[in-house]
Design a protein around this ligand. Sequence first.
Ligand code: NAD
Length: 488
Amino acid sequence: SPLNEASLSSLAATLPVPTYDRSALTPGIVHIGLGNFHRGHQAWYLHRLMEQGKAHDWAIVGAGVRSNDAAMRDRLLAQDCLTTLIELRPDGTSAEICGSMIDFLPVEEGNGALIAQMAERSIRIVSLTVTEGGYFQDAATGSFTPEHADIQHDVAYPDAPCTAFGAIVAALKLRRASGAGPFTVQSCDNLRGNGTITKAAVVGLAQLTDSDLANWIEEHVSFPNAMVDCIVPATGPQELALARVLGVADAAPVTHESFRQWVIEDDFCAGRPDWDLVGATFTNHVHDYEAMKIRILNAGHQVLANAGELLNVGTISDCMADPLISAFFARVQSEEIVPHVADVPEMTAPDYLTLITGRFSNGAIRDTVRRVAYDGSSRHSGFILPIVRDALEAGTPVSGLALCEALWCFMCLGTREDGSSIEANDPIWDLLQRTAAAAKDDPQAWLGLSQIYGDLGANERFANAFASWLSHLHDKGPSHTLAHYVQS
Ligand code: NAD
């Protein structure tokens, strides 16, 4: 059947559908960046609460600040903002319909509708998944980059901004004037200290136009840090077909693994849903959870994805099934990543690696190497390079991490070991390709990408290890190089 409010009662014969009255829900959250992850994670937690009869005044209004979000809006509005969530376990598949989202704002230049909605008193949380690269951060230092053209645009046109942060600042300005008060800005992106980084962007931008407002935001708006976790692949023809097999004509279904985790600082200036009643953890010690997850899972993804792309292995679970790539993964993790991860109360770092190894090996999840390798310029700098810095400082090995960087550089040449081409997969792909070509004879050229590596290229131990792996890759190719590392 088609997916919409009217068909829910007939769909209920085949799968769980919302049992609460969606027409009685009222908005409390505006979410910007409505890709797949939000619908598989935050929206699901809220849906679970709504199923318990709670949080009916916290429904989600979707939004996007990029023109490509308009297509998602069309698809979701046509199905009354319902999403089929398909859980993929090694032993089977199940699905449910998630109903916690009730509207999707127009995606438009100037973001007028978004600003007006966020200015409404009923909105108490503005949450974001705008990707790791979406925070206007200097990759090497992590600081806010006011010189970015989009930020400069928003400084020139504060009432018609093009960024999420410009829209948030404009809405907060209206709320301060109207007495509606602040809302919480909640990042759900994979960044260590995502709340702190979000605050730097919002306050940093406000400071450029209205320092009074910036001070008010600094004092009143909360930006909780959080660790978010659930592997949510991109939706392609196979996922659409899977929804049809399950009996739902969903134009934008979401597949996900069964594991979910959300560890959040309990800092919400205008209240929050009781997400802890449905499995989220509120704590003032998010930092170690974030570090554990970002280093072992997200850095681990980068370890796999560049090698997988070069050897033409399609998905993360296929990488784990490949003896060479999985041996590479196991060795880099145990020798060079896990030693730089502190335990958390529930789990040691080695146990967390075992958990991640199992999750990555789940063959039911078709998480493509291409999705995971996308935007390496943000992901290597955010996930791998902080570990390199810690290792250099501690005097521990960096050989495997240097090989990860060499594999990424080699991948950016755009050709796999079998001669097939790798399509552009980074916002700065052209620069990466040119630099990777120059690095063949001058490896330092790659580490000279200072917006990514900062001053790491000046560290002799790291630079030598990188240069030696890159020349091995050029001479002998990826398989030989990986085998050499694994056996050495
Ligand atoms: P997606 O490609 O489905 O959606 C990305 C969304 O971000 C889109 O709405 C896009 O328009 C928007 N966006 C991209 N760049 C932007 C920018 N510069 N400014 C504003 N909006 C921008 O991706 P997804 O799977 O939903 O993942 C999004 C983010 O969620 C990830 O980058 C990550 O930080 C976090 N996350 C994802 C997963 C996962 O498994 N998919 C797991 C944990 C965390």
